[in-house]
Design a protein around this ligand. Structure first.
Ligand code: HEM
Length: 399
């Protein structure tokens, strides 16, 4: 997903990466559904009857990396990446190999192939390591977080974080923090509608949802509000949001041009990238200091949940720098993923007013029945959950 130049890069593995493009309605029309051979050693029993091709036999343009990169940029680069990939799938089939600059990937489009891959990953899945993010940490001598770690180091951190971030029991803790932000967002929409005098509001939805997502994620992670939903944003919070935006913007070019080269020539992209991460990490430092101060002053009740960072610090199961690294990476991973999901869901709902009405009716009914109990309400909104799942299966959110 490319929200404000941002991205989330979950399904890529370096140096020979694997890209999964969600098959949209369009791509299915293009006829990619026929069975195909899987690449290399990764194939399901159903595919074993078919002949697997070796890495060097895969179709695709993977011999002329720099020329390919030049064409990629000519065709619009990251802003047009889905169309570029669709055309390549059309040309080479549902599994193709590619080289852009120094960066190699194998791209797949069929959900069965993605399932085969995920099933065969084992205990230590290979992830795309986001070279510029790693380069920053190496440059500043900071540890990697869960998004960038590998092997056993990744697994042990991940098991600790799973309990804090993914276990179902945590929903009870997250909901009040998320709800607080959501209510402010709804108020903001209502105020803007009121101000317009026309009964409607025309705004920059991408930007609004990005701010909403960042405010929500930060409230859950740091247990603190940034104030991004106000008309007048505190300069320090604005500095942080600008840094997150710039960090994402400067990541894209460094996916294909090695950060080490840009660092050596001290290019603006590299300098901006370093500066933006510095601001993001300083923000994490400040939050940690605040949490410690509150704990020292005994102002925080031990029963009150005040976010993932605070909880990890109190548990003391990870070194502080590792906590900081993972919380910062969760912040980077949780913003554009969620805001773009919402934006695509709204786009789909705008195209299907019937579902929109059903959804509205479901939410009103659930709200009335729940009488302010958000957890109860969440259990009763099955259509809303289906809309989000459907959106995620139709639209690739990585760019
Ligand atoms: C609709 C929203 C989201 C989507 C579609 C999404 C998608 C993904 C996917 C596909 C992966 C790769 C998982 C894997 O390969 O096993 C991933 C990893 C990750 N996501 Fe998300 N994500 C979303 C929201 C979030 C949020 C809200 C956060 C943080 C608060 C987050 C943080 C991360 C992190 C840290 C990883 C790396 C995990 C690891 O390597 O252990 N994501 N995401």
């Amino acid at each position: 997903m490319l929200a404000r130049g941002g991205m989330h890069l979950p399904a890529l593995a370096n140096p020979s990466s694997l890209w999964i493009l969600s098959p949209t309605k369009d791509s299915q029309i293009l006829g990619y559904r026929r069975a195909y051979t899987a690449a290399g050693e990764v194939y399901s029993p159903s595919l074993q009857r078919k002949v697997a091709r070796s890495f060097s036999e895969l179709p695709g343009n993977w011999r002329t990396g720099w020329l390919n990169l030049f064409h990629f940029w000519q065709e619009g680069g990251f802003h047009n990446v889905h169309n570029i990939m669709i055309h390549k799938f059309q040309k080479f089939g549902p599994i193709y190999r590619e080289k852009l600059g120094l960066y190699q990937s194998v791209n797949i489009i069929n959900p069965e192939d993605a399932a085969t891959l995920f099933k065969s990953e084992g205990n230590y899945p290979e992830r795309f390591m986001v070279p510029p993010w790693m380069a920053y940490r190496d440059f500043r001598n900071k540890p990697y977080g869960v998004l960038l770690k590998k092997g056993e180091a990744w697994r042990s951190d991940r098991l600790i974080l799973n309990k804090e971030a993914l276990s179902l029991q945590m929903i009870d803790c997250f909901v009040p923090l998320l709800n607080e932000v959501s209510e402010d967002f709804v108020k903001r929409v209502q105020v803007q509608i009121g101000k317009s005098g026309r009964g409607r509001w025309t705004g920059d939805l991408t930007n609004e949802l990005f701010r909403f997502a960042l405010e929500s994620v930060c409230n859950v992670l740091y247990g603190a509000r940034l104030g991004l939903l106000q008309d007048l944003i505190d300069p320090e919070a604005q500095n942080f949001i600008d840094a997150v935006t710039l960090m994402f913007h400067t990541t894209s070019p460094m996916l294909y041009i090695p950060p080490s080269v840009l660092c050596r020539i001290n290019s603006k992209t590299w300098r901006d990238h370093v500066q933006s991460w510095d601001v993001i990490f300083r923000h994490a430092d400040k939050c940690i200091q605040n949490i410690y101060r509150e704990l020292r002053l005994d102002r925080k009740s031990t029963k009150e949940y005040t976010g993932i960072l605070s909880s990890l610090l109190v548990q003391d199961k990870l070194p502080i720098d590792d906590i900081k690294a993972s919380v910062t990476e969760m912040m980077a991973g949780g913003v554009d993923t969620t805001s773009m999901t919402l934006q695509w869901a709204m786009f789909e709902l705008a195209r299907t007013p019937v579902v929109q009405e059903q959804l509205r009716a479901e939410i009103f009914a659930a709200r009335q029945a729940a009488q302010g109990n958000m957890l109860k309400m969440l259990k009763a909104i099955r259509l809303l959950k289906a809309v989000i799942k459907e959106t995620l299966s139709h639209w690739c959110l990585d760019w």
